[in-house]
Design a protein. Structure first.
Length: 129
């Protein structure tokens, strides 16, 4: 078995990688278990409760399909209803089987570099000043 991958025998059968053990806080940069392991898929923790964790994409404009961008020219020229689709928050609920944070991994685990600009942008996305 490849190190870091789920063996399918533990409680995380639906997960691709072994569960995360870090307890993230608001402003942390993470990547979801099911997302492509690319820089543009980085997410920011924006809320943590006893029920789960809420994240938003760090750079939503970078995950828009090229065909959509081509139609409008740029992210800023897209209609608001369409921008919202890529700026929405994602909620990972705690369940009896899974802690929502199990699905949120450190980008370092996948050799994804977090730049100083990413850290600053993460604070803005999370509402930290």
């Amino acid at each position: 078995m490849i190190e870091g991958l789920s063996d399918g025998k533990e409680k995380n059968k639906a997960m691709i990688h072994a569960p995360n053990q870090t307890q993230w806080v608001v402003g942390d940069v993470v990547i979801h278990d099911f997302d492509s392991k690319k820089h543009e898929m980085l997410m920011v923790v924006v809320k943590v409760t006893n029920d789960g964790v809420t994240t938003k994409y760090l750079h939503p404009e970078s995950i828009i399909p090229f065909a959509v961008l081509r139609k409008y020219g740029s992210f800023k020229d897209m209609p608001q209803y369409l921008k919202k689709r890529y700026q929405k928050t994602w909620y990972q609920k705690n369940t009896k089987e899974h802690d929502g944070m199990e699905y949120l991994h450190s980008p370092d685990r996948f050799q994804i570099e977090i730049t100083e600009q990413d850290r600053q942008d993460a604070k803005d996305v999370a509402g930290l000043y």
